[in-house]
Design a protein around this ligand. Structure first.
Ligand SMILES: [Zn+2]
Length: 344
């Protein structure tokens, strides 16, 4: 039985191209029988796997939203074999507000896929995605970025430990996407993310981070589109155009808790390294200043791991506990294959 009270005018079993809405009940003073109209497109033709493409889980992550909007505009249904479900603005209220979380309920869609769903708008969107869409899918690609507070090197990502019996196939899909960084690891630090719902339905879960800093980055947008079209090709749903065919150099990376730097106190954050730089454990990463105490010396921040600077906080004013840096450490392809062999 579905836990979602939302409904859609799109026939998920239908053929051809349909662009419609998921209607999520939202009864408020200004609209007693109101709904939140979340856009959903479905393309179905011939025989093949079903892929869910999702963006806008966080409203201030723009590359995926724009890449999927373009896909809905451009995808020729006659060229595909299988079915593609497209959610370009999954948490619509957050997307419309350009905000990570929903202004209606403070909900973070990507933390709303636990074992139960709340009756809030964000909870009901999560329930619909998990109970009405994911159950029909073979593969899901969830597009993210660093959002307003973080800048992120573009990468594809999968937590192989949640890919019950399909870690090898998941890694192959990740490599086929051919992002500049291929980030596969075992163990996801975040709670009830969309990947957990995918796991419950035996759906391959792929993700990626494409840009950030609260802006739409042209290069990261192109990486996101590259990943989408190469995945469609890899899954046998649609042959990719020539422009996406040449492979680019991609590095295999992973991280651990040592690769994060968190703010120990409040202040104004000054990073002194750039995104993409290679740094070592103990190296000075930046400073925290407190202009309200001009005689106080700045606090020096140091890296506790070695690797590529993949994430830098893009906001100046900082509170204790804010993530300031995240490193990704390069690893060998053979090491990942050995990890998969141990898991399967
Ligand atoms: Zn996100």
């Amino acid at each position: 039985m579905s836990l979602s009270t939302a409904w859609t005018d799109v026939d998920l079993g239908g053929r051809g191209r349909q662009v419609g809405l998921i209607q999520v009940e939202h009864s408020v003073h200004r609209s007693a029988y109101g709904t939140i109209p979340v856009p959903l497109a479905v393309f179905a033709n011939g025989e093949g796997p079903t892929l869910l493409l999702m963006a806008g889980s966080h409203g201030d992550e723009y590359e995926g939203q724009v890449a999927l909007s373009r896909l809905i505009h451009n995808l020729d249904c006659n060229r595909i074999q299988g079915r593609v479900l497209v959610l370009p603005a999954a948490n619509l209220p957050a997307v419309a507000a350009g905000s990570r979380t929903s202004p209606l309920d403070g909900g973070n869609l990507n933390r709303s896929f636990g074992d139960g769903y709340t009756s809030t708008p964000t909870g009901q969107i999560a329930a619909f995605i998990a109970e009405e869409l994911l159950v029909h899918c073979d593969v899901m690609l969830d597009l993210h970025s660093g959002g307003s507070s973080l800048d992120h090197l573009p990468c594809s990502y999968a937590d192989l430990s949640t890919q019950k019996g399909m870690a090898q196939r998941t890694f192959a899909a990740l490599e086929a996407m051919n992002a500049p960084l291929t980030w596969a690891q075992a163990g996801c630090p975040n709670g009830p993310v969309a990947g957990r719902a995918a796991l419950r339905s035996d759906v391959m879960h792929l993700s990626g981070e494409f840009g950030g800093s609260g802006r739409l980055d042209h290069h990261s947008l192109e990486v996101a589109e590259r990943c989408i079209y190469r995945l469609l090709d890899h899954l046998g749903i649609m042959e990719m155009d020539e422009r996406w065919r040449p492979t680019i150099p991609s590095r295999h990376v992973f991280n651990t808790q040592d690769h994060f730097v968190y703010s120990p106190r409040d202040g104004v954050f000054e990073p002194i390294v750039s995104l993409g730089a290679t740094v070592n454990r103990g190296q000075v990463a930046g400073y925290l200043h407190r202009p309200e105490h001009p005689l106080e010396p700045p606090l020096e921040l140091r890296f506790t791991g070695t690797g590529l600077v993949a994430v830098i906080r893009s906001m100046g004013r900082t509170q204790p506990g804010d993530c300031l840096f995240q490193l990704l450490e390069e690893t060998g392809r053979d090491d990942i294959l050995a990890m998969i062999a141990r898991m399967e």
